[in-house]
Structures are given as C-alpha cells and as structure tokens.
Write a protein that binds this ligand. Structure first.
Ligand code: FAD
Length: 468
C-alpha cells in the first residue's frame, strides 16, 4: 500500500529521513502538501515565500517521475480522505516543535485511522537528545552549545534517485489557485525577486558561502551592508535545506582551517536552541518568559504613531529606518539590524516585544516561530537567556561601529539623497500609497530624543513592580 509523505517545512528531497525511509520500503510514495490550518495562520511574507518553495519542490519531484499532490483543507480530514482515496496505509512526516504544529500533528496522529509517523529532520538534534544533567531542557545557550557540539548529528542522507509511483495518481489542486501571495499587497513580486527558493538554490548558496566567505564570517556577519552571512535562513525555515547539511558543510570548512566556520556552527546551534526552548516552554512565543515583565508599564500599543513610524521606516533614526525598509522590500533583515530595530522598539519606545514580533511575523520571509519569539524575548530582556534590560543598544554607536560609512543607510533610505540607489527607491514601490511616502520627502526628523527615551525606559525598568 502507498505511503503518503506529508511535506510541511521540509521542502526538499536530500536529507529527508521520512522520504528516505519511505523509499527504502519499495512501496509507492505519494508526496502531498496541504494548504491547511498551519499555512492559513502564516503572515503575508512567509506565506508567499512558502508558495515559492512548494512550486520548486513540485518541480524536483516531477524530475524524479513523481508528483506533488496539493489539497486545501484542515489537515486531519484532508489526510484521512486522501488516504481513503489512494488506499494509503501510512502518512509519514517530519516532526515540528512549535505549539500550533504539535497540536495539529497530535490530532492527525490520533485520528488518522492509518499509521501516522513523525521523523526527525527539522533540527540538528531532537529536543529529547540534548538535556541538562537534571534531565530538562537547557535555558542558557552556552552550556546548550557545549552539549550540542559534543554530539554528531550524523551524515546527511542522499536524495532518492526514484520514487515508486502509485498505480493511479489522485487529483491535485493548482498551486496558483491558492493565491499564497494574495496578502502581499505591498509588493509580492518585489519581495519574490529577492528570494532564493528551492533546494537547488539553497545548496548553491551554501556552497558559495562555504567556498568564498565562511573564513571571514565571524567578523563580516556583523556589517549589514555586506553580504557576509549565509542568507540561508529562508531556506532553513522552509526546510529547502537541512540544518544537518549546513552543519556538515561547516565542520568540513573547519577541518580545512576556516576559522569563521565555528561561528557558523554556533549560529546553527542558536536555531536548535530556540526550537528546543519553544518545545520545552511553548508559552515563550506568546508570553513573557520572565513573569515579572507582565506588569511592566509598556508605553505604546500596536497603533501608536511611534510604532507606526517604526513599521514604516520613518523614525528618523536612519539605521533603524534602513532596517525596516530592507525587510519591507526584501523580506529579509540583517541580524544586527534586527537587534537594533528591536531594541529601539522595546526599549526607547517601551513597546511590548509582541508588537514587534507580530510585525516581523508578517514581513519576514524567513519567519520562524521559535527564532522570532526567542530573539524578541532576548532583545527585550524578558527571555530565559536574555540581554539585560538596562543594556540598551545605542543606534548611533551601532551605526558608527557597523555602518561607519553609512552604506547600509544609503542603500535603503532615499530621503536626502540626490541620486538614491534602486534599493532605496524600491521601498516606495512596495510601500502602500496610504503611507503617503515619497523619495523626495525631507529626511524624517527623529520621532524621539534617544537620550531622554533611554533614561525614561531605564527609570520605568527600575521602578517596575517586582515579584514577591
Ligand atoms: P547566518 O548568520 O548565516 O546564520 C546561519 C543560520 O543560523 C541562519 O540561517 C539561521 O537559521 C540560524 N541563526 C542565525 N542567527 C540566529 C539566531 N539569533 N537565532 C536563531 N537562529 C539563528 N531568524 C529566523 O530564521 N527567523 C526569524 O523569524 C527570526 N527573527 C528574529 C527576530 C529578531 C528580533 C532577531 C534579533 C533575530 C531574529 N532571527 C530570526 C535570527 C537572525 O537574525 C536570522 O536567523 C539571520 O539574520 C538570518 O540570516 P542568515 O541566514 O544570513 O544567518
């Protein structure tokens, strides 16, 4: 009887344990992707980006003589119906660790009526594999990394050379009919042009990064105007490349003497760390991990003019404006820029990190339920392994240190430039007309005085109600 392989955030053929196991049985394999509750819950940019990845996966499967069957509907009834229709005796998938996916997958496992089986593959190591001496999950990154570093994730699995087809293929819906880019009314085609969708492009990106840049990565990754990091996050979050494949390339580079590779491994471990944290503390995506933050007197809500200026790249703090525009146009934001933009929102503007988390969730094509939440809580100071609240990034000193020549600012902020580059101008094509922005506007004046805002945030922090 056929096996249904239910693809979700594992849009690849290489190093796909569920797919390899299914191929090894010799049984017919029916690959399926659902526009289910998980997809419906996605923000505009990640949903659009997922669609690009699904299209690429369908093409790779067709090249193997197989197909990707597309169905729309809630996961459990849709899979049950498809299993009945095809006579499939099993549905196999790659395990996910966020609360929404877990709830859905548990329901599927219980109600499917045929065998349901979850395989590893989304992370380097499953949460059960990395534990403290006391048996729980790590809350601090340092010891987590040491424990992870001591374990070998194993060799990546090769892609199957052939998938046995079923006797007859079930009907498939059309991907275009799902209109996964519909919510990108702020420039879907512009964002799409910046992406590297699909397994083949992800692999190319990794190979080029390892061949050309990994040696200098530890330093170069901090400069937002440079192409110094791997830019694989969009591929990792859609599963177009496995973390294990990246890890393997990183350790091989380290063996060749590329010093920067160790930092790359550390960042891949941050990805696992955030997923393990989310697994052990599912509330971390929705609530302050440190309960004392529940009573912090947040000053702005989601609709306040300051938050709106932040979202629209119009704070007058040029590095932050560049960052917010880079994300709006490309679906990406440089890591250092993310930290600075998030710090301005949560500290100087005293805004609950969840307001920023939501905006990123809608705008980032690499949106990841674990990395987004854990990093926002890290910046805000409310998370388990967090930068303390009183350590407030100064956007000016950060700009001086990491964008000393203003290249990143000029790349993304057109106002005040006689001949702005195409990148800066593309923001005005992406931004809704209702924002009323034009490249000929004067340079926006700062919406707040950084020094006064910093002192106010620190005072509120010191005066915050404490537990007990
Ligand atoms: P590289 O520097 O090449 O790193 C390699 C890989 O390691 C990345 O692709 C990513 O998968 C992982 N990684 C790197 N840094 C982190 C980190 N701090 N936490 C977890 N994993 C990491 N990353 C996301 O993938 N999705 C998000 O939704 C997300 N939201 C963030 C929100 C905030 C406020 C901040 C400060 C960071 C966030 N990050 C998120 C982490 C980080 O900014 C991105 O992973 C990184 O910028 C991606 O670029 P890259 O692929 O070139 O990374």
């Amino acid at each position: 009887t056929p096996i249904l392989i239910w693809f979700r955030r594992d849009l690849r053929l290489t190093d796909h344990p569920a797919l390899s196991a299914a191929t090894a049985t010799g049984r017919p394999v029916i690959p399926v992707f659902l526009c289910d509750e998980g997809v419906e819950a996605l923000g505009a940019a990640p949903r659009m980006r997922l669609g690009l990845g699904v299209a690429e996966l369908a093409r790779s499967l067709e090249a193997l003589g197989s197909r990707l069957i597309l169905r729309r509907g809630a996961a459990l009834p849709t899979l049950r119906a498809l299993a009945a229709e095809t006579g499939a005796g099993a549905v196999w998938w790659t395990r996910l660790h966020d609360p929404l996916s877990r709830r859905r997958d548990d329901g599927v496992m219980q109600g499917l009526g045929v065998e349901g089986r979850a395989f590893p593959g989304h992370l380097l190591h499953e949460p059960e594999a990395i534990r403290t001496g006391a048996g729980g999950g790590f809350k601090v990154y340092g010891p987590f990394f040491r424990a992870l570093r001591a374990r070998d994730p194993g060799e990546p699995l090769p892609a199957p050379s052939r998938l046995a087809p079923p006797r007859t293929w079930p009907q498939s819906e059309e991907l275009a009919g799902w209109r996964l880019d519909a919510a990108m009314n702020r420039g879907g085609p512009i964002v799409a042009a910046w992406q590297n969708p699909g397994e083949a492009r992800a692999r190319e990106r990794l190979d080029r990064f390892v061949a050309e840049r990994i040696g200098g990565y530890a330093k170069a990754r901090d400069y937002p105007a440079q192409d110094g990091s791997s830019r694989l996050s969009e591929n990792l979050t859609t599963g177009e490349i496995s973390a294990r494949t990246c890890w393997h390339a990183g350790t091989a580079a380290l063996d060749r003497g590329e010093a920067g590779a160790e930092q790359f491994l550390k960042e891949l471990a941050w990805r696992d760390f955030s997923h393990h944290l989310l697994f052990h503390s599912p509330g971390i995506a929705t609530d302050h991990w440190r309960p004392e933050w529940r009573s912090f007197p947040w000053a702005q809500d989601a609709d306040s003019p300051l938050v709106r200026a932040w979202q629209r790249g119009r704070t007058g703090i040029r590095l932050v404006d560049a960052a917010m525009r880079e994300m709006f146009v490309t679906g990406r934001m440089h890591n250092r820029a993310r930290m600075i933009a998030a710090s301005l929102l949560t500290k100087h503007m005293m805004t609950d990190w969840r307001v920023g988390l939501k905006w990123f969730e809608d705008c980032l094509t690499d949106w990841d339920p674990a990395a987004n939440a854990v990093n926002w809580q890290w910046v805000a100071g409310s998370g388990p392994d967090a930068s303390p609240f009183f350590r407030i990034f100064s956007p000016q000193s950060q700009a001086k240190a990491y964008d000393g020549k203003g290249e990143y600012e000029r790349m993304w902020v057109a106002e005040g430039q006689a001949a702005p580059p195409a990148t800066a101008l593309s923001f005005f094509d992406a931004a809704p007309r209702s924002w009323g922005m034009s490249p000929r506007d004067p340079i926006p004046a700062p919406v707040l005085d950084l020094a006064i805002a910093r002192e106010a945030a620190l005072a509120a922090f010191r005066a915050r109600p404490r537990p007990g």
